[in-house]
Every structure is written in structure tokens, then in C-alpha cells.
Design a protein. Structure first.
Length: 125
């Protein structure tokens, strides 16, 4: 339960560009919040949340240009099972500079699996 003086709970923001500060912005969306909700200057903290709409983004494009220019084309599965959505241009750059991206799958399939699993709609960009 988020208290006024702690950082626990699920965090949400009104402004997607603030998510560019996140460590791995891979899925961007809208969420429904409920339970105890604390509003703060950058958004909200809530006891519970569930996605309403979502989309995969190339995290490197998102950091550089924001949501409108950050479509993911592929998802790389890295060591340890971490999934990283990337656009084709960033996959090519990674490979060119020796950071191989093995185990690539089409982002559309991963995104559709997320949409189906959560029974939500695609976030229009």
C-alpha cells in the first residue's frame, strides 16, 4: 500500500516523455489504477494497476526521439532471458559494431501475445 513518504506501489505518469528516464522502456501503455492512489508532481503511485492499452517500443529510439518514432520491429532474447525490442536499424547497428543480437523474433508476434495475454487493445501512436 503506497504511503505518502515511501516509494512503494506501482508508478504511472501523465507524460510519456518522462518514461525516457526509465531504465528499459520497452512497453508503453495506459493503465487503470485503483486501491490507494497517491498523486505526486510526476504522476501517480497506486496499490494496484492493470494495462488498458500497450505497445512495444524500440527503447533506443524512444530514448532518442520519443514515442512517435520508436516502433519495434524485432525482439532480441539476451542471455538470462531478457527481451529487448529494437527497430531494424538498431539491430543492424548492434551487429555492425560486434554486439550480436541472437534469437531475434518478429516484434508483431510478441506484441500480439502481450495484447492477447492481457486482453487489451493496442496503444495508438
Amino acid at each position: 500500500m503506497p504511503g505518502l513518504d515511501c516509494l512503494c506501489g506501482l508508478h504511472a505518469t501523465r507524460e510519456p516523455l518522462l518514461l525516457r528516464r526509465a531504465r528499459d522502456p520497452s512497453v508503453i501503455g495506459r493503465v487503470a489504477l485503483w486501491g490507494r492512489i497517491v498523486e505526486h508532481e510526476l504522476g501517480y503511485r497506486a496499490a494496484f494497476a492493470y494495462p488498458v492499452r500497450l505497445t512495444l517500443v524500440c527503447m533506443l529510439c524512444f530514448w532518442q526521439w520519443g514515442l512517435e518514432r520508436s516502433r519495434a520491429d524485432r525482439v532480441a532474447r539476451l542471455r538470462g532471458g531478457r527481451l529487448v525490442p529494437l527497430c531494424d536499424a538498431h539491430v543492424e547497428i548492434s551487429n555492425r559494431y560486434g554486439y550480436r543480437t541472437p534469437h531475434l523474433v518478429a516484434a508483431d508476434g510478441v506484441q500480439q501475445a502481450l495484447l492477447d495475454s492481457y486482453a487489451v487493445e493496442l496503444l495508438p501512436v
